[in-house]
Design a protein around this ligand. Structure first.
Ligand code: RIB
Ligand code: CA
Length: 303
């Protein structure tokens, strides 16, 4: 039984891989793509989303959403280069509908209990949908979220991961909402870098050239600004939960979002004490089978 999903995204190189993986997985029906500013501006990420959909022949509605966080100015990423998808030339301009939150509400209400929201950018659209229609969280099947970090350092400040850092107020709304949340944090993403030799295994795939061109630029950008080796394919790892959940280990945690800290903006503060009252609100991914991910990633993107 294919699962119905909405992908809320800010493409972004790793978002691109996540969308490709989900579209080719055979495990999901993509009801819509909603876009949010983060890796680049709302216009750029929306154009990038259409570019990726066209590249894989994915006929899906794209609804643009928030051009800035709930309560702060937008801080964009730098690792994805200018336009947010360095390595390819995106010329087609996608219409900005500006109704992502409304469409999330509409699709969830039409499919009560069936929609998984795959959230791979700042959580502004999701928060707006939940604030606008408070019954929606109870009608969503689950959220699969790329974001946060439990013990690993932040990638946008000392303790904050980019998606949560950009819009901590939105993340607080989402993490406080009565809905099942699966969280893929930096801790897991840092353990599964992909290298050019991995991407070269896609040779023969119609996606080989664009992926090679994109990943070459992404690896350059992420190593320059985050001193990492290889491509951290954050969002593809989050998407993988919808492809092969058996390859993923979860741990229920009580996790809150820091919205006030001067140095700790966007920190995902897990209560890791082994004593005291806990109020678990998220299933954190604490393990991903690396060889299964790489095996499935290569075979699905080679199709
Ligand atoms: O911290 C990684 C996250 O920020 C990923 O979703 C990446 O695409 C960027 O949006
Ligand atoms: Ca992203």
């Amino acid at each position: 039984m294919r699962k119905k999903i909405i992908i809320d995204t800010d493409p972004g190189h790793d978002d691109a891989l996540a969308i490709m993986l989900l579209a080719k997985s055979g495990t999901v029906d993509i009801e819509a793509i909603t876009t949010v500013a983060g890796n680049a501006t709302i216009a750029e990420v929306t154009n990038n989303a259409r570019f990726i959909a066209d590249l894989i022949g994915l006929n899906v509605p794209i609804f643009s959403g928030a051009e800035k966080p709930l309560a702060r100015p937008l801080i964009q990423a730098v690792v994805h280069g200018s336009g947010g998808l360095a390595g390819v030339t995106v010329t087609k301009k996608e219409k900005l509908t500006g109704n992502a939150a409304e469409k999330i509400i509409e699709i969830v209400r039409k499919n009560p209990g069936e929609i998984s929201l795959v959230v791979i950018g700042p959580e502004t659209n999701i928060a707006k949908a939940f604030l606008k229609d408070p019954i929606v969280p109870t009608l969503v099947k689950q959220l699969v979220i790329m974001g946060g970090t439990i013990e690993a350092p932040g990638n946008k400040n000392r303790v904050g991961e980019f998606n949560i850092f950009v819009d901590p107020e939105a993340a607080k709304v989402v993490f406080d909402a009565p809905v099942r949340k699966i969280l893929v944090p930096l801790d897991q993403c840092n353990n599964i870098p992909l290298f050019m030799e991995d991407f070269r295994k896609l040779k023969g795939s119609p996606l080989y050239r664009p992926i090679i061109f994109m990943m070459r630029e992404f690896i350059k950008g992420i190593s320059q600004f985050e001193n990492t080796k290889g491509a951290l394919v954050y969002d593809a790892l989050a998407a993988y939960f919808m492809v092969n959940p058996k390859a993923v280990t979860l741990k229920s945690m009580d996790l809150r979002i820091e919205t006030k800290g001067e140095l700790t903006r966007g920190m995902t503060v897990a209560d890791r004490r082994n004593w005291g009252q806990k109020n678990p609100n998220v299933d954190v991914v604490v393990g991903i089978d690396r060889s299964a991910f790489i095996r499935d990633f290569i075979s699905l993107l080679s199709k």
